[in-house]
Write a protein that binds this ligand. Structure first.
Ligand code: ADP
Ligand code: MG
Length: 559
């Protein structure tokens, strides 16, 4: 039996770990399962390159509660450790075996999905345990090792008689952490952090209907049918889906797969998402994921189903602030990237070059998707507009690049339910809606009922009236006014609307206001207003102080 001191310079690192390493004690389980997963993936890699000659099989990770013994077991069938390796990897705090492995197998293992990298994860066990045991048997032909440490820098290491390959971690749960002996609590943690991890995780067993058994139905002499009960069998309760949709290639997925995955992510969401965006990039950074556009509810504050951030299929957080552009935090889904430095503050994150690239990649993908939806099925896009406009408008306001791209698909609906792109709108009104300075005047209503009569009046003059009613549209109008050349937005009930818009070629008035009033009164008496339109000084001639026209729509009314 060997005895020794854990190799750290600080006198007693464990109180420090307990207090400061992670603010969240519950993540110990995530760390230990990550190590078990790494151990399994390493073995997979070594067998695949022929360096380990054992059979890989169908390895699992098991989590087991021993409530009476106050112990929690995490058992894997990975590559295991020899006594020498335990000395090397466990006793050296902050030495990452995962990093060493990736270094050694640089080229072949870069896509192996190995998680660890700080060499501190294992010690998070001491946040909840007063004593930790490791019983481990390497895939190499060496005896098993048994390491015990009670949270002081001293440990013991001896041989053990474990014969099956892999590692068992035994946590003797501390008095103040007995919550982690509760089945419901552990299940909650497994579902939160490990739901999509790549190696199956067993937690207890469950009863299911035997798939090989078909219940017989018999009819007795009175013609009454009875069906025998279904045969139940006990199977492993596998807590995770090791192959979540985002890890697959889009070509292998149907629409139904995306919608099933949405339900898997948010079991309480009954509303279907409007559409999804599959993210997949491996240069200059690694990122995969699926984003969903949900139907936006009016209350933007109530949003608990957020985008989840993963690293190599391990849940990290659902606070993606700083990583995903703010206007897209209203979306749902997953992002998985090993390249996001998460041990740093959020403000640092925003300044980090890689993270900036990730953020702009996501923005671009979302814009491209919107554009292709618009191009491929405009009618459907228009139908969805009301549900997605808030995100798009917000994006146009907050991200310059998105603003530029959105020009192609941002829609401006009219009060009559027509949808214009900016360019279409421009072409539709450029000949008829300019003010005396030649500025394009875009008329809009914010409330169809309240502004009804103004809308009708404007329509009577053959003007286009947009219906812009989203909460941030006023900001967007300002933005458009400052970006597009020579345009101004004017609400349809604004007092000065008639002065703003010249009908043909309005010239400076040569009549005084009194003269105009007198003339107007006179004309009203003789010309029926429902048939003809009178425009004072519409012509460029003193000889023609007014013009009587019969617009297209009045003509039609008569017919
Ligand atoms: P990291 O995972 O960042 O490398 P950890 O502190 O979590 O650091 O683990 C330290 C090292 O201990 C791992 O890199 C690995 O070599 C070894 N180790 C931990 N758990 C296991 C396990 N279940 N099976 C095999 N090796 C393990
Ligand atoms: Mg680790």
């Amino acid at each position: 039996m060997a005895k020794g001191n854990i190799n750290v310079s600080v006198e007693n690192i464990f109180p420090l770990i307990k207090k400061f390493l992670y603010s969240d004690h519950e993540i110990f389980l995530r760390e230990l399962i990550s190590n078990a997963t790494d151990a399994t993936l390493k073995l997979k890699h070594l067998t695949s390159i022929g360096e380990a000659t054992v059979a890989y099989g169908n390895p699992q990770i098991e989590v087991k509660i021993d409530k009476e013994g106050k112990k929690l077991h995490i058992i894997d069938q990975g590559l295991g450790m020899t006594a020498t390796e335990v000395e090397k990897y466990i006793n050296q705090v902050a030495f990452s075996g995962a990093e060493e492995f990736l270094d050694k197998y640089k080229d072949s293992a870069k896509d192996s999905g190995i998680i660890g990298h700080f060499g501190l994860g294992f010690y998070s066990a001491f946040m909840v345990a007063e004593k930790v045991e490791i019983i481990t048997k390497s895939y190499k032909d060496e005896p098993a090792a048994h390491w015990i440490c009670d949270g002081s820098p001293e440990f013991t290491l001896e041989t053990a008689d474990k014969t099956e390959r892999g590692t068992e971690i035994i946590l003797h749960i501390a008095e103040d952490s007995t919550e982690f002996l509760e089945e419901a609590r552990i299940r909650e943690l497994l579902l939160k952090y490990n739901k999509f991890m790549p190696i199956p995780i067993k937690f207890g067993t469950k009863e299911i209907n035997d798939p090989d058994f078909t219940p017989k139905t018999t009819t007795d002499k009175d013609g009454k049918e009875t069906t025998e009960p279904h045969k139940q069998i006990t199977v492993d309760n596998i807590i995770n889906n090791p192959n979540p949709a985002w890890t697959k290639t889009p070509a292998d997925l149907e629409d139904a797969d995306y919608s099933n995955f949405y339900r898997e992510l948010y079991p309480m969401q009954f509303e279907e998402p409007l559409f999804h965006i599959h993210l997949n990039v491996d240069y200059p950074f690694n990122l995969t994921g699926i984003l969903y556009f949900p139907k936006m509810t009016n209350d933007l504050n109530i949003q608990k189903d957020k985008i989840q951030l993963y690293q190599n299929q391990v849940f990290v957080t659902d606070n993606v602030e700083g990583i995903v552009p703010e206007f897209l935090t209203m979306l749902r889904g997953v992002i998985d990237s090993p390249d996001i430095p998460l041990n740093v503050s959020r403000s640092y994150l925003q300044a980090d070059g890689a993270v900036k690239k990730i953020s702009s990649y996501i923005t671009r993908k979302v814009a491209d998707k919107l554009k292709s939806l618009f191009n491929n099925n405009r009618e459907d896009f228009e139908k969805k507009w009301d549900d997605i406009k808030i995100v798009i408008e917000y994006g146009m306001l907050s991200e310059e690049k998105f603003f530029d791209k959105a020009d192609a698909f941002a829609l401006y609906p009219t009060v009559d339910g027509k949808y214009y792109t900016y360019e279409e709108l421009f072409n539709a009104i450029k000949a008829k809606q300019t003010d005396k300075d030649g500025k394009l005047v875009i008329l809009y209503a914010s409330n169809k009922e309240e502004q009804h009569s103004y809308i009708e009046a404007a329509k009577a003059k053959n003007y286009e009236v947009l219906l812009l009613d989203s909460p941030i549209v006023s900001h967007l109008m300002q933005k458009l006014e400052s970006t597009k050349e020579n345009i101004t937005f004017s609400r349809v009930d604004a007092d000065h609307i008639d002065n703003l818009i010249k009908t043909e070629d309005t010239k400076i008035s040569k009549l005084s206001d009194e003269q105009k009033e007198a003339l107007e009164g006179l004309l009203k008496d003789v010309i029926p207003a429902e048939k003809f339109m009178v425009q004072l000084e519409a012509m460029d001639s003193e000889a023609t102080p007014f013009m009587i026209t019969q617009p297209e729509f009045m003509r039609r009314m008569k017919e």
